[in-house]
Design a protein around this ligand. Structure first.
Ligand SMILES: [Zn+2]
Length: 427
């Protein structure tokens, strides 16, 4: 165990004021990726790089894409030992209609112990907390082994190119565990749902609404695909049940569009339709099997929809030209992650949380994918996702974070690092 005097030394080095001030400075840099408006991660990344250099860290800046830098913040205690990564992203999602906000989304307005603004919760507050925690570990002059790496990464809200670039450049190679700094309201999340996104394209033939027999309406095929998705979901629910940390698997059609393009019109049978499907998985499910099931659903739909039309054609003694075609493509595939409770980083996070919050730590799961998904899937790095902020506030108007919880989070991050990098032989 880490001696109490060492714990106190690290906690005294956590600068609460800086957690709040740095959060405000980060929030005031609008980092919505919008090249037309001239905003992106460059300004906030420059701020982090300069701040971290002032604290004495080794800092590297990688250009992931024009205007989209990653900042890598390092501190090495000794050449032996594990490397703990803290990860926080610099981009934020759009504020939407700024007039709908009670306080300007890039003003970092503070009221009743809460800071308001885009990114206060997801995840600039936690980014500031992790940087202050790393600084505390460095400045406390306690005998740690191994190294700390801060991955201050771009494009988490988009295609997650920042973390993929971080991995491609070899930065993840020495990393033995990672803390993903995201708003989880003090929960210690050791699992994440997987996500598989697909697009069904259904081709029929356009015609006049008054002469439907001259065309092939994609609608019956749409109905069969929706039924098929509901059946796949029911089967997954029955087979895999409710995951204790992640809940139920789901097959959700999110966009159902006919015509797929152009202006819909009441008296026109659309020639093409599109269904987007957002499949969320739990650890027992096999993504390859789901892809195969969705491909099979496309083939079955072709047969059933064409049978349907042939039957009508027979009844009406007509011969319709053409057939229904259905294709499915996969837009993204992000696996589930599950870090074992016995992993040292989970033990460190639980110990730190119990020590600071004076209550038993609560293990949970993350419903969405994060940058941690790639660290886990591509490099096998055990990850824990935790941080300050209500879990339902991200991406909403009037986004906010509780400042006491944010400071508490910096303290939990610092002790997680302390426990993880404390040499066993001294234990
Ligand atoms: Zn986030």
């Amino acid at each position: 165990m880490v001696p109490e005097t060492i714990v106190e030394k690290v906690l005294q080095s956590v600068d609460s004021r800086t957690v709040i001030d740095l959060t405000a400075r980060l929030v005031r840099c609008n980092s919505v990726w919008d090249p037309k408006a001239g905003t992106g991660e460059a300004q906030v990344a420059a701020l982090v790089a300069e701040w971290a250099r002032e604290q004495g860290f080794d800092v590297a800046v990688d250009i992931v894409a024009p205007g989209r830098p990653n900042v890598i913040v390092r501190w090495t205690f000794g050449s032996d030992g594990p490397t703990l990564m803290f990860e926080g992203h610099t981009d934020v999602v759009t504020p939407g209609d700024r007039s709908a906000w009670r306080h300007d989304p890039f003003d970092a307005h503070v009221e009743n112990g809460r800071m308001f603004g885009r990114g206060t919760n997801d995840t600039k507050g936690n980014l500031a907390a992790m940087l202050v925690a790393m600084t505390a570990l460095k400045n406390a002059k306690v005998p740690l082994s191994g190294a700390l790496v801060g991955g201050v990464l771009c494009d988490e809200e988009g295609m997650m190119s920042g973390v993929q670039d971080f991995i491609a450049r070899g930065h993840a190679d020495p990393v033995t565990a990672a803390v993903i700094c995201e708003p989880q309201d003090g929960l210690i999340c050791i699992a994440q749902k997987g996500a598989l996104r697909a697009r069904f394209t259904i081709r029929g033939r356009m015609s006049h609404g008054a002469m439907p027999l001259a065309g092939i309406n994609p609608a019956p095929a749409i109905a069969r695909i929706l039924d098929g998705l509901a059946a796949l979901e029911a089967e997954a629910v029955a087979t895999h049940g409710k995951d204790p940390l992640l809940g139920w698997p789901s097959f959700t059609p999110t966009v159902i569009q006919a015509p797929a393009r152009g202006t819909p019109q009441l008296n026109v049978v659309p020639g093409e339709a599109e269904i987007l499907v957002d499949v969320r998985t739990t650890p027992d499910q096999d993504h390859a099997a789901i892809r195969a099931a969705l491909a099979d659903l496309a083939l079955q739909t072709i047969d059933r929809a064409n049978d349907h039309y042939r039957q009508i054609d027979r009844q009406l003694a007509i011969q319709r030209a053409g057939e229904i075609a259905v294709a499915v493509e996969f837009l993204s595939d992000r696996p589930c992650t599950h870090t074992a409770e016995g992993e040292p980083v989970v033990e460190a996070a639980c110990w730190a949380s119990r020590r600071i919050r004076q209550q038993p730590p609560e293990l949970a799961g993350v419903p969405g994918a994060t940058d941690g998904t790639f660290l886990w899937a591509m490099k096998g790095i055990p990850i824990v996702t935790m941080g300050a902020g209500d879990r339902y506030v991200p991406h909403q108007v009037d986004e906010w974070v509780d400042l006491d919880q944010l400071v508490e989070t910096a303290r939990i991050y610092a002790l997680t690092g302390l426990h993880y990098l404390w040499p066993d032989d001294r234990g």
